[in-house]
Ligand binder design. Structure first.
Ligand SMILES: Nc1nc2c(c(=O)[nH]1)N[C@H]1C(S)=C(S)[C@@H](COP(=O)(O)O)O[C@H]1N2
Ligand SMILES: [Mo]
Length: 259
């Protein structure tokens, strides 16, 4: 068992972390989740390093999804899933150019944060990418996204040593009150193409596609790309009160949705 003292005084016990990970992911698709995190050399090196979890390092070296030319952009980025939120607050934010909306980053972080749209645009280096969105139902659509890299936004809140997953809390529900949510482990969340997008095809994201801010994760199936995100909650594990890590995962979809 390797264990090192980190700069911040916490001790990372690698074997214990891996065991913890195995138990927290025994819920759904456990073998494939283990692949994402535990069979990754870079990830092992980072866990063994005496530094704080470095999300940029964690994210680099991961294979990229294909990026397309402007010509490949689909004329309409079709809608799927729940209707956009229709509550008074959401509608008022929309009418006011999203003034009032904030994205929160909370949970196992040293610095809980919140950002309005302008903050997201100006405080983080924007990335634009033309990628394909693949729905598990068998259709695909190509769109151009612009947004902040998820890893930058999470890193700014300074995840604590125990942090392992990010849960995305959305504003829409299935009509019976169950809200949409999703999750990524921090390895997936560090992928350079995982964006908190605020533009689709050079326009603010329309309500049907996730206004005002949505996740786009082109290396994963479409249901991971949570729309209408209001809060990112950093946690040590899934399960229990956190559910299986997503609205659809709670209804038997696989948690691991890598393409
Ligand atoms: N908040 C929220 N995010 C969501 C969904 C949803 O219903 N609500 N559906 C998911 C699924 S299954 C797909 S395919 C895509 C659809 O995104 P689109 O409507 O922009 O095509 O959003 C994903 N993210
Ligand atoms: Mo989907």
């Amino acid at each position: 068992m390797t264990s090192r003292r980190t700069r911040h005084g916490a001790t990372l016990h690698r074997a214990r972390f891996l065991a913890l990970l195995a138990s927290s992911t025994a819920l759904a698709g456990c073998a494939r989740i283990a692949t994402s995190l535990t069979e990754n050399d870079r990830f092992h090196r980072i866990l063994d390093s005496p530094e704080r979890l470095d999300l940029t390092l964690l994210g680099s070296g991961q294979p990229l999804a294909r990026e397309y030319s402007e010509r490949a952009i689909s004329p309409d980025f079709r809608h799927n899933g729940f209707d956009p939120p229709a509550d008074a607050m959401y509608l008022e934010w929309m009418r006011n150019g999203w003034r009032g909306y904030r994205l929160f980053v909370t949970g196992l972080v040293a610095q809980p944060r919140s950002y309005n749209l302008d903050d997201l645009r100006t405080r983080f280096k924007p990335r634009a990418q033309i990628t394909r969105h693949d729905c598990v139902e068998g259709w695909s659509v190509i769109g151009k996204w612009r947004g902040a890299q998820l890893r930058d936004v999470i890193a700014q809140a300074q995840p604590l040593a125990q942090a392992r997953y990010a849960i995305f809390r959305c504003m829409d529900d299935d009509g019976s009150g169950a809200k949409y949510y999703e999750s990524l482990d921090l390895h997936q969340a560090s992928h350079p193409q995982a964006l908190l997008a605020y533009e689709l095809n050079d326009q603010p994201i329309p309500p049907k596609n996730g206004a005002p801010v949505r996740l786009t994760v082109p290396t994963q199936l479409g249901y991971k790309s949570a729309k209408h995100v209001q809060r990112i909650e950093v946690v040590a594990g899934l399960g229990g009160a956190y559910g299986r890590g997503g609205y659809w995962e709670d209804r038997d979809y696989e948690w691991f949705a890598g393409i």
